[in-house]
Design a protein around this ligand. Structure first.
Ligand SMILES: [Zn+2]
Length: 365
């Protein structure tokens, strides 16, 4: 089986939840329809939302380009911003520096769950669903809700609706509210619930509180709502990075399997999340990022495809300057054990052979 790629960008149709119409992915179709959007009306809607929450907002944040931009933008609009950071699985020094940098601009709360439990969750989720980053994705979407609930803050602002930027089932891209149900379905939870881990290897219900939010009824009663800022204004990752950098954010390219130098600065373990994604679906981080740039005309599709063939899905022997063995150790695994799991989750019918730890797509072999 060979991949079918979007005729406009480089994304394959094997990405879950992304419909194709006439050979084009939904993300490209959405991007083209942006100029027709009444941005003035959406800005007015944003004003209403900010008025309703009295300008007190929580920005779930890793100190990265997007969350830094959101915090700075809402501060510029007059909001009282609290950045809430759910500590990543394996924080990089740059990630640390960027959290500290954002704290120069807005109030910051950092919630670090028990990291021994996190290490267990990394390995268990990796073995069960092929994704070591489950705990990270879930805590980013749960911890800020709990902080909002406890502190009686009524509005949270996430960034892009990923279904809008990268495509998603028709109908899901038009919404500006991020419900708990949306998060469970589209934010990388992969069908696993916090409760599924209770009782395994001594993990308790209390341990999993950091991976569960107040109930929908509790959130409704406390009037807590999460929004996508990317719905209210046109979303541009490069603009976000420029604004964040001007405010002191730092970045470097994590490795050649990435295209953007300003994304994924905060967790070493993303290396294996991204590599596993490439093995499951035939596209890695580079392909997603470069497809955004193809859409906006920063690079031609032909040139982008040459780079995808060369670099997408490269094995992270070294990521952000540290060896793969060190990243695996944090999950309580050896590199060989990680490779066995990766092989179990590889869609081998997409590939033909392996070079230096990277399965080669049939279309490039
Ligand atoms: Zn496309």
């Amino acid at each position: 089986m060979s991949l079918v790629r979007c005729k406009t960008c480089c994304m394959p149709s094997s990405r879950p939840d992304v419909p194709f119409t006439d050979g084009e992915c939904q993300a490209c179709i959405n991007y083209r329809s942006r100029p027709a959007i009444d941005w003035g009306a959406r800005r007015e809607k944003l004003n209403q939302v900010l008025e309703r929450c009295d300008g007190r907002v929580i920005v779930p944040s890793s100190g990265g380009k997007d969350s830094s931009y959101i915090a700075l933008r809402l501060k510029e609009l007059g909001c009282d911003v609290t950045a809430v950071t759910a500590t990543t699985c394996h924080l990089t020094p740059l990630g640390r520096a960027n959290i500290d940098n954002l704290a120069r601009h807005v109030r910051t709360i950092e919630v670090t769950p028990n990291m021994i439990v996190r290490g267990k969750l990394n390995r268990l989720a990796f073995e069960l669903v092929g994704d070591p980053s489950w705990g990270e994705h879930v805590s980013i979407h749960r911890v800020p809700f709990r902080v909002a609930y406890q502190n009686k803050v009524h509005a949270l602002f996430y960034g892009e609706c990923s279904n809008d930027q990268y495509g998603g089932p028709k109908g899901t891209e038009a919404t500006y509210i991020m419900t708990q149900r949306w998060a469970s379905e589209f934010a990388g939870f992969l069908g696993m619930r916090a409760a599924d881990f209770i009782g395994i290897e001594g993990i308790t219900e209390r341990d999993m509180m950091d991976y569960s939010a107040p109930s929908d009824a509790e959130l409704k009663e406390a009037d807590v709502t999460a929004y996508f800022l990317g719905w209210f204004e046109s979303w541009d990752s490069h603009r976000n990075a420029t604004v964040a950098k001007a405010a002191g954010m730092q970045w470097e390219l994590p490795g050649p399997m990435n295209w953007w130098p300003h994304e994924n600065q905060d967790s070493y373990q993303v290396a294996f999340h991204d590599h596993a994604m490439y093995r499951k679906f035939g596209f890695g981080r580079l392909c997603s990022q470069i497809s955004v740039d193809v859409r906006s005309g920063l690079i031609s599709r032909d040139e982008a495809m040459r780079i995808v063939a060369e670099r997408d899905g490269l094995f992270p022997h070294v990521y952000f300057g540290i060896p793969a063995e060190d990243i695996c150790a944090r999950m309580g695994m050896t590199l060989n054990e990680v490779k066995v799991v990766l092989n179990n989750f590889t869609a081998w019918d997409l590939f033909d052979g392996v070079v230096d730890g990277r399965p080669i797509l049939k279309e490039f072999s």
